[in-house]
Write a protein that binds this ligand. Structure first.
Ligand code: UN1
Length: 497
C-alpha cells in the first residue's frame, strides 16, 4: 500500500510517498538485523562511538534541512524543529564518549587466586517503535545508545513522519552505520503488532522500545512479558503544574503557555492541568488566559506559538476530546474551539487556516477530580485549570490520576520544593520550569500509567540496551568452592574493654 505523507499546514502538498511494509517485510528486516548484530558487536566500542560522532556531525551539517522537513511533514514550528535536531546532536555527543567508557567492574573474590568482573553485553536485536510528535529526538534516544552498545535495530517510525525517518536513516548510514545494523520499516499499527508477535515468537528480537500511548504500551508490555522480555516503554502523561501563592507570576504565565500549548500540546510532557492556589487564582488565571488569547498561532515556518496538529487524525482526536468538557466547566483562551477555519476564526492567526489542521487553544476551567478531563491524556491544545487550597491537596491532585511522567511546581519556598519533590509520583520534576523540555542527558521516563519504570537518556539508558555479564576466573589450579572454601581469619569473640 502506498502512503502519502502530507503537510498538515497545507494538506494539498504531499511531502513524500512510500510503500508501507507488510508483516513479511518486517520479519525479513528482523532476520537481516539479527544476522548483522554479532559483527557490529565485534567492532570495538570506541570505534562504534566514532561512528556516532560522525553521525552527530552529519546531523549538525544537515540541521536546517532536517528541521525544515520536520516542519513541513508534521507541522512543528521551525524553532522547535531546530531544537529537536539539536537534541539528536546532543545525544550523539553524549554517546560518542560512552564508547570509550562503557565501564564494567572488577570485584574482589572471597577466595585467593580468583578474580571477578562484570561486562556490559548488548541485548541483541531491538525493535524500536516511535511516535510522530518527536520524529527525530525520541528515536535518537533509542537508536544512538542501542548502536553504541552493539545492538542491531529494526526501527518502525510513525507513518506520519516517514519522510523524517527516511532522512534520519540516511544520515545514520552516511555516518557509517552498516545497512543491516539499522533498518527502517514504515508500517501501520496493525501490521506492526502482527509482525512484533512473529519476531518475538521466532526469537529474532531481544528488546522492544516503544514511545506512544498507554493503551498500546500495555499491549506491547503484555506481548513482551509472554516472551520474558521487559520492553522500554515511554507512554502518556497528565502532567500537572502546581502554582504556590509565593510563585513569580510572570514566570508561571510564560511556563504555562509553553508547557500547555507549545507543540500544540502534542508532547508526552505537555502540561495537562494548571493547578493554582486559591489565594492567587484570579491573578494567574487572568494573566494566563490573556497570554493564550494573544498568542499567535498558524504558519509553523513563522514565529508562532504552535502550528497545525500533526495530522488530520490528531485533529479528530482533539475534537473528540472536547466532548469531555462538561457544564461545570468554562472554556477560555480563544475565539472558538475545535478546528480553526475562515468560518470559525481565531484572532491572532497567521496564514490560511482552511489549508491546514489548525486547532484553537482551549483552556477548560473548573477541573475537579471526578472529571474525565482530570484523568485523560488529551495530547492536543486542551489544558485544564483548577484550584487548590494547600500543598497536600495539590500533591494529591498531581498524583491521583495515575500517570507519572512529568510535573512542575512554581514556588520560591524551598520547603514547598522539597516536600513536592519527595511526594510527587512523577519520574521527572521541574521547579519553576515547564513540564516539557527535558535535557537530553538526564533520565527520561515515567511511573504508573506513564511507563514500566524504564529510563532513557544519559548513562541510565545503558541498562535498557545492555545486560550485565558476571565473569569469574579461578587461576588457583584447583576447584575452590564458593561459600564452602572460605578463608576465615581468627578473632577473639570474648574480648571486652
Ligand atoms: C515526547 O513527547 O515523547 O522533554 C518527548 C520534552 C522533549 C521530549 C518529549 N525533550 O518535552
Amino acid at each position: 500500500m502506498t502512503y502519502l505523507s502530507q503537510n498538515p499546514a497545507n494538506f494539498s502538498e504531499t511531502v513524500a510517498s512510500f510503500q508501507l511494509a507488510s508483516v513479511n517485510d518486517i520479519v525479513k528486516a528482523a532476520e537481516v538485523a539479527s544476522a548483522a548484530q554479532r559483527e557490529w558487536a565485534a567492532v570495538p566500542a570506541p570505534a562504534r562511538g566514532r561512528v556516532l560522532a560522525q553521525v552527530g556531525r552529519l546531523f549538525e551539517a544537515n540541521k536546517e534541512s532536517l528541521a525544515a522537513l520536520m516542519t513541513k511533514e508534521i507541522g512543528k514550528t521551525y524553532a522547535e524543529s531546530l531544537g529537536e535536531v539539536q537534541e539528536v546532536i546532543d545525544t550523539c555527543d553524549f554517546f560518542l564518549g560512552e564508547g570509550r567508557r562503557l565501564y564494567g567492574q572488577t570485584v574482589p573474590s572471597e577466595m585467593p587466586n580468583k578474580q571477578l568482573f562484570t561486562f556490559r553485553m548488548p541485548v541483541g536485536t531491538t525493535m524500536i517503535i516511535t511516535a510522530a510528535n518527536f520524529p527525530a529526538a525520541v528515536p535518537s534516544w533509542y537508536l544512538v545508545p542501542a548502536l553504541l552498545t552493539g545492538n542491531s535495530i529494526v526501527w518502525k517510525p510513525a507513518e506520519t513522519a516517514g519522510a523524517v525517518a527516511t532522512a534520519m536513516a540516511n544520515i545514520f548510514r552516511a555516518g557509517g552505520v552498516p545497512q543491516g545494523v539499522l533498518d527502517v520499516v514504515i508500517a501501520d499499527g496493525a501490521t506492526t503488532g502482527a509482525a512484533l508477535n512473529e519476531v518475538l515468537e521466532r526469537g529474532l528480537i531481544q528488546k522492544v522500545g516503544f514511545t506512544g500511548s498507554t493503551e498500546v504500551g500495555r499491549k506491547i508490555g503484555e506481548l513482551c512479558g509472554r516472551h520474558l522480555q521487559s520492553p522500554c516503554l515511554e507512554l502518556g502523561g497528565k502532567n500537572p503544574m502546581i502554582v504556590m501563592p509565593d510563585a513569580t507570576i510572570d514566570l508561571v504565565v510564560e511556563g504555562a503557555l509553553f508547557a500547555g500549548f507549545g507543540t500544540a500540546g502534542q508532547r508526552c510532557t505537555s502540561m495537562g492541568t494548571l493547578w493554582v492556589h486559591e489565594k492567587i487564582y484570579d491573578q494567574v488565571k487572568n494573566a494566563w488566559v490573556s497570554a493564550v488569547e494573544n498568542a499567535i498561532i498558524g504558519d509553523p515556518t513563522k514565529a508562532v506559538l504552535y502550528g497545525p496538529m500533526i495530522s488530520e487524525a490528531y485533529l479528530n482526536t482533539h475534537e473528540k476530546n472536547l466532548e469531555m468538557v462538561q457544564s461545570n466547566h468554562k472554556v477560555l483562551g480563544s475565539t472558538g474551539t475545535g478546528r480553526i477555519t475562515a468560518k470559525n476564526p481565531r484572532n491572532n492567526f497567521l496564514g490560511d487556516p482552511d489549508k491546514g489542521y489548525f486547532a484553537h487553544p482551549t483552556i477548560v476551567e473548573g477541573i475537579v477530580k471526578n472529571d474525565a478531563l482530570y484523568h485523560t491524556e488529551t495530547f492536543g491544545p486542551l489544558v485544564g485549570l483548577g484550584k487548590f487550597s494547600d500543598l497536600d491537596e495539590a500533591i494529591d491532585l498531581a498524583n491521583a490520576h495515575g500517570y507519572g511522567l512529568s510535573s512542575a511546581i512554581y514556588t520560591n519556598d524551598p520547603k514547598n520544593v522539597w516536600k513536592f519533590r519527595e511526594q510527587v509520583s512523577s519520574g521527572m520534576v521541574s521547579i519553576n520550569n515547564s513540564t516539557s523540555g527535558a535535557e537530553a542527558h538526564l533520565p527520561f521516563g515515567g511511573n504508573g500509567k506513564s511507563g514500566n519504570g524504564s529510563r532513557q537518556s544519559g548513562i541510565w539508558v545503558l541498562d535498557q540496551f545492555t545486560r550485565w555479564q558476571s565473569v569469574n576466573w579461578d587461576y588457583s589450579g584447583r576447584l575452590q568452592k564458593a561459600q564452602m572454601d572460605i578463608m576465615e581469619l581468627p578473632y577473639d569473640p570474648d574480648f571486652r574493654l
